[in-house]
Design a protein around this ligand. Structure first.
Ligand SMILES: [Fe+2]
Length: 315
């Protein structure tokens, strides 16, 4: 058997302060749909056939709880589990049947060297009905981690989960597990955390219609609308969710086959109009968007929560 590998990004699980307010935002403004719910969590789908792309859990502190990735079949899940376990990776749960409310399937959980929980699964139920609404996201396209140690973090995904190197911009490693140019990227940062989650829109028109819905809801664009002049060359528009997470609508991400020519910073930094192909260096994230991408927004609010909790206990 060839090396077992992950072959897709399913989505992410987020801890949020106010479940109802967050669900409201993701349904009405962002364009997802509710597909299941239990006491403290809600599963949200996009228009594609993936069972859910986001799970929101109500918790006292916001944060990334897990990233869901796909494997082709149960034998691949078992293969990835055996391999990562043998290589000394922290296994959080052994392969087993997954919760029916989350679409079932078979999977296991591991922790990356920087502490991110990754659930790798196969045979999760898929929707037969694809929602015919081009103004809404189709699926999760990529997730970007912040890391003080990007080379080692990338190597973990390449060596343990079978990802392939796509590009290095000088600031970020972009890696893929399918033809999509990057399912994961790892950005240079002072601390480990979540940078952003991107949702795929059908095309430029769809992306603009999603942006329009967000603007009508009085959500401020944090960066964009633009086209990255760097790796992936995708169209983007970034926003900040009610918890402080950075989220992106994206379209027209490069597709990369086995013949894809990877490039490094010497190439990408010579692209004349960085960082955005439409407005050059004039188009930059807002300060608030930067704070969301660095994790600062969430950290500050979580620290305030700590204060409130300790004051309550002291009082
Ligand atoms: Fe992105």
């Amino acid at each position: 058997m060839s090396e077992p590998k992950v072959n897709g990004l399913r989505g992410a699980e987020l801890a949020v302060y106010d479940l109802n307010a967050s669900v409201d935002f993701y349904l009405k403004n962002w364009g997802l749909s509710e597909v299941g719910r239990s006491a403290d969590r809600v599963y949200l789908r996009a228009t594609g056939d993936e069972h859910h792309v986001i799970t929101l859990h109500e918790r006292p502190k916001a944060g990334l709880l897990a990233v869901n990735m796909a494997a082709q079949d149960s034998a691949t899940v078992d293969g990835l589990h055996a391999k990562t376990k043998a290589m000394g990776v922290e296994i959080v749960s052994a392969p087993a049947a997954l919760a029916a409310e989350a679409g079932g399937g078979y999977g296991f959980e591991l922790r990356t060297p920087e502490g991110h929980l990754i659930r790798i699964s196969s045979d999760v139920a898929r929707h037969r009905d694809v929602i015919a609404d081009p103004t809404r996201p189709i699926k999760a396209n990529h997730i970007v981690f912040n890391s003080p140690d990007i080379d080692n973090q990338m190597q973990f995904f390449l060596d343990m989960l079978g990802f392939k190197f796509s590009d290095f911009s000088g600031h970020m490693h972009f890696i893929r597990c399918s033809r999509n140019h990057h399912a994961v990227a790892i950005a240079k940062a002072n601390g480990a955390g979540l940078n952003h989650i991107a949702f795929e829109m059908k095309d430029f028109d769809s992306l603009m219609r999603g942006v329009g819905r967000m603007r009508v809801a009085e959500e401020e664009i944090g960066w964009g609308v633009g086209r990255h002049a760097g790796p992936g060359r995708n169209i983007f528009s970034y926003f900040v969710d009610p918890n402080g997470f950075a989220i992106e609508y994206t379209a027209e991400v490069d597709q990369a086959g086995d013949d894809y020519v990877s490039r490094r910073e010497d190439y990408w930094q010579s692209v004349p109009i960085r960082p955005c192909a439409w407005a050059g260096a004039k188009m930059l994230p807002t300060p608030r968007m930067r704070d969301a991408m660095s994790g600062k927004l969430i950290n500050e609010r979580n620290i305030n929560c700590d204060d409130a909790i300790s004051e309550k206990m002291a009082g």
